[in-house]
Design a protein. Sequence first.
Length: 767
Amino acid sequence: MPPTHHPPGRAATPPPDYAAALNPPQRQAVLTTEGPVLMLAGAGTGKTAALTARLAHLIATRCAWPSEILCVTFTNKAAREMRERVARHIGQAVEGMPWLGTFHSIGARMLRRHAELVGLRQNYTIIDTDDQLRLLKQLIAENDLDEKRWPARQLAGLIDRWKNRGLNFEDLDAVENEAYANGRGQQFYRLYQDRLKALNACDFGDLLLHMLNILRRHRDVLEHYQQRFKYILVDEYQDTNQVQYLWLRLLAQERKNICVVGDDDQSIYSWRGAEVANILKFEKDFPGAAVIKLEQNYRSTPQILAAASGLIAANSARLGKTLWTDLPQGEKVRVIGVWDGPEEARRVGEEIERLEREGAPLEQVAILVRAQYQTREFEDRFIQIGLNYRIVGGFRFYERAEIRDALAYLRVIEQPADDLAFERIHNQPKRGLGAKTLEAMRRHARRTGTPLAASSLDLADSDELPARARNMLIGLLGQIARWRQASEVETPASLLRLVLAESGYDEMLAKDRSAESAGRADNLVELARAMEDYATLTDFLEHVSLVMDNDRAGGGEKVTIMTMHAAKGLEFDHVFLPGWEEGVFPSQRALDEGGLASLEEERRLGYVAITRARRRCTILHAANRRIFGQWTGSIPSRFVDELPEDAVVRETTLTGGASLWRANWSETEDPFAHVARDAPQRNLARGPGWQRALATGYDPTPKRLAEPGRSAASFAAKPRADIAIGARVFHDKFGYGEVLDQEGNKLEIAFEQSGNKRVLDSFVKLA
């Protein structure tokens, strides 16, 4: 271990208790006080303990006063925890630490002192996202630009990206300038900054960019802070973006007493501007830096660590380390191949119920998904079996804004008197029916004592509304009438797709260039997939009502469902990782946009997900997924093949495959019909879905192909001969039940767990 360095004239002190309790690499990171230090801390290796002990050590040994230390974190929670831990270490309240906080809070504190250098006053306002969008919309309108074609949200995202990269408007090159409004990106960036200055305001991106500009342009300010900060500590360095990196490097260049803590294998936020290169080039930026690797893991079993280490070893852009632990060997990581998405949810539900019977607290169980739309099948399944759950880092599936919008359209179609639903969709997407029009509609409805939609048709024939509003209102009501007619012959899922297309909702999302729009579109695709399990719109809306009612009820322990990104920094005894298939994880969208760099980040995301588990980790992949009413064969993620064989045990669920195919047929199409049509393009004939169908004895040759223009209603007179009233049947979603009534191919069934439902006979099998 290298000796502890002390300022000249200061006697060495024996390691204090908090340092003695650390393992040797942690202690080395604490006691190596002088010069640049890279603390390369793997998952679960106690990096927070080492970082806070180092901070406490600097203060306790009088290396620096608290006000002479800059300590940067990414969240207020992390800053608060660090302050509390340091206070426990040195036995007193930590006072006078003004420079312990997040990048933004420290940037704001600095900027208050030097605001005039960038044309602001000290009492400047920090605007939020809503104010930013409102301001950008004003600028777009003032400059005769079509906001529908060039959304303010897209411009806000570009400006945020430019600021994260440390770019002022004059720094934009031709490519960046072309990113908005055919070469007007720089113009609008400049207009935006000028307007902020006129308002004596800045956005969050300015807090660091303004200070970076000040440090670059005003040598006296830079020297002041370089002398003030004797030591700099940075947490989660792998998550820094370019402007944060440049800001830190300037401040540290004089003394070079900078200690950064991070893990290149856990850099998973490039979509927020984080650059893994910042930690990879630390030794180049600060020659002679001490690189201290924290490799002893205190969280996971050796089997889990072996699986995670084997996976991440396939990445080329990494510094490299080997995690180890003194914990018992534990169970191997299970890799389970299931038939389809519903079986995946059933299998996870059964496993969690088993853990619960064995005494495992539900609070220690987590399901980590790659994309938010994956939560829907688990939510529906857990509602069915009465398993409490929570969604962390986002809304429950049916609470998301785009899902509520779609459901509101369907509610108006189903029930014309649903005023709340009509109010939600009357101007969504925007069609020129704003607040004044809505108030006029409400007044007319109160006067006539009729529902909002019905009274609005009457209102549209009067002169109370402007001509444009009248025309738009008549158009909307005409659409709703057509959709209501279509609901008599279309399946619920096809009706939803029709509504989303004709209402302009799909177009609205397509034009939205924000990072969230793609996920919103995915959620609507998943909503349509969920509706494929229901014979009527009434049945589906009733199911949603029951789900929402269950969401409001229920306390006690709950299973956690969240994305892999949101799980970073957390840990659970039992972790389930579903959807490890090509296109789902790794995400096809990420690969299309970022190529090899995105593939390596996806692999780092898998490493993070596995290392959230303390005792058990289970990975699942499905052979088939149903998309737009068609079954599509899937292949396991390449990451599954990269897991070391001696750390995993592989299982494949084949039972019931053929019956599951039959039970999940779309009302309009045989599940394998698309294989014959699309095999040349998709190469599905050789996919695992096809092969597994053959293995289970099911002949995948289409028995009834969908005919062009043929709707679900055309099959209504073809009941199954093997089902009669009184028969006991099984439904993939609702479980076991007894047939009460039969009308054509429609059955009314009393389900044991779900009550009475109407379903098509193709969705059940004899029990």
